[in-house]
Write a protein that binds this ligand. Structure first.
Ligand SMILES: NC(=O)c1ccc[n+]([C@@H]2O[C@H](COP(=O)([O-])OP(=O)(O)OC[C@H]3O[C@@H](n4cnc5c(N)ncnc54)[C@H](OP(=O)(O)O)[C@@H]3O)[C@@H](O)[C@H]2O)c1
Length: 282
C-alpha cells in the first residue's frame, strides 16, 4: 500500500471531541458520526499497541503510522495492517519531531494519537539501578509528553482530534515494588486531566486508558514475571477494544477491566482504609 498524504474528509470531524460544549465528568460529547482518518500508534511493535493497530485496521478507514523500536517486529505488524512504519527509539533526541514530520508526510494531519510505548521495572526501589529509573521515566513519561507536544498543535489548528494515553492501574493505586513505574503512570494520568482542561475549548479530546494486568511480553521484558492469581491478565485485544470504544464515544477515562475503577475510587475516597487493605492483602 502506498502512503500518500491523506486529506480526505478533512471538512468533517473524524473523532469525537470535547469542542466548546460543556463536558461531563468522564465523557466528552460525541460530535462525530464517522470515525476515520489518520492515526499514529506508538508501542505498536508488540502487545497493546499492536492490538490497537489491528483494531483500527479492522474498523477500516484509518491511515496509520506505527512506531516501535524493533524494526522486524514493527514491519511485521505494519504489513499486517497496511500501515507505514517508523522504527525509532523515542528517547533519542528529536525523534518526536522526526516522527511528527513522518506522520504529516505519510498520512497527513493526525486525527488520533494512541501512545502505548512503555517499559516496566519491578523490585525494591533501593535496588533499582539509576539507568533503569532513567529508562522508565524517559520512555513512559518524557517521550510520551514530547510526542503529544508535537501533535497537539496540528490537532488544535484543525479543531479536531483525540489523544489516547495508555496508563496503568499502578498509577491509580500504587503498586509495591513498582514505585517508579507507579509514579510515572500517576503522572501520566494527571497530565491527561490537566491537558484535557487546557484543550476544553478546542475540538481536541484526551482519553486516559487504565489497564490492569495484560497478557503481553511486558513482564518478560522487565525480567519479573506476573505471578499473582488476581487480577487475572486480560488479552491485549480487550484493551484495544476499550481504546476503540473510548475513541468512538469520546470517553475521558476508561479502566480495563472496568471493575478496577473500584479500588481506585476507594483509594481516592478513603485513603487510610485503602492503605490498610493494601498492606494487609498486598
Ligand atoms: N502489560 C500490562 O500488564 C500493562 C498493564 C498496564 C499498562 N500497560 C502499559 O501498556 C503499554 C504497552 O505495554 P505492553 O503490555 O503492550 O508491553 P510490550 O508488549 O512490551 O510493548 C511495549 C511497546 O513499547 C515500545 N517501546 C519500549 N521502549 C521504547 C522506546 N524507547 N522507544 C520506542 N518504543 C518503545 C516497544 O517497542 P519494541 O518492542 O520495538 O522495543 C513495544 O512496542 C505500556 O505503556 C505499559 O506500561 C501494560
Amino acid at each position: 500500500m502506498s502512503h500518500a498524504p491523506y486529506h480526505a474528509d478533512r471538512a468533517a470531524p473524524v473523532v469525537p471531541t470535547a469542542g466548546s460544549a460543556p463536558a461531563a465528568h468522564t465523557r466528552t460529547p460525541n460530535r462525530a458520526t464517522r470515525f476515520r482518518g489518520s492515526a499514529l500508534v506508538t508501542g505498536a511493535s508488540s502487545g497493546i499497541g499492536a492490538a490497537v493497530a489491528r483494531r483500527l485496521a479492522a474498523e477500516g478507514g484509518w491511515h496509520m503510522v506505527l512506531n516501535g523500536r524493533d524494526p522486524t517486529r514493527l514491519n511485521r505488524v505494519a504489513a499486517q495492517v497496511s500501515a507505514a512504519a517508523f522504527p525509532a527509539d523515542l528517547t533519542r533526541p528529536h525523534t518526536d519531531r522526526r516522527l511528527c514530520d513522518f506522520v504529516l508526510d505519510q498520512v497527513g494531519r493526525p486525527d488520533l494519537l494512541v501512545a502505548c510505548a512503555g517499559v516496566g521495572w519491578a523490585g525494591d526501589f533501593t535496588a533499582m539501578p539509576a539507568s533503569a529509573i532513567e529508562e522508565v521515566v524517559a520512555v513512559d513519561l518524557l517521550s510520551t509528553l514530547h510526542v503529544v507536544r508535537q501533535f497537539v498543535p496540528h490537532m488544535t489548528e484543525a479543531d479536531s482530534g483525540r489523544i489516547v494515553l495508555i496508563g496503568s492501574v499502578a498509577g491509580s493505586v500504587a503498586v509495591r515494588e513498582e514505585a517508579v513505574y507507579s509514579a510515572v503512570k500517576a503522572a501520566l494520568g494527571v497530565f491527561a486531566d490537566a491537558l484535557r482542561y487546557e484543550l476544553r475549548a478546542t475540538g481536541v479530546g484526551v482519553t486516559h486508558v487504565i489497564p490492569g494486568v495484560v497478557d503481553t511480553p511486558f513482564f518478560a521484558r522487565r525480567g519479573v514475571p506476573y505471578l499473582r492469581s488476581h487480577p487475572r491478565p486480560v488479552a491485549p485485544e480487550r484493551v484495544a477494544d476499550a481504546v476503540w470504544s473510548a475513541v468512538r464515544r469520546g470517553r475521558d477515562e476508561v479502566y480495563v477491566p472496568g471493575w478496577l475503577r473500584l479500588p481506585a475510587r476507594v483509594r481516592g475516597g478513603a485513603p487510610g482504609l485503602y492503605r490498610c487493605l493494601a498492606t494487609r492483602f498486598g
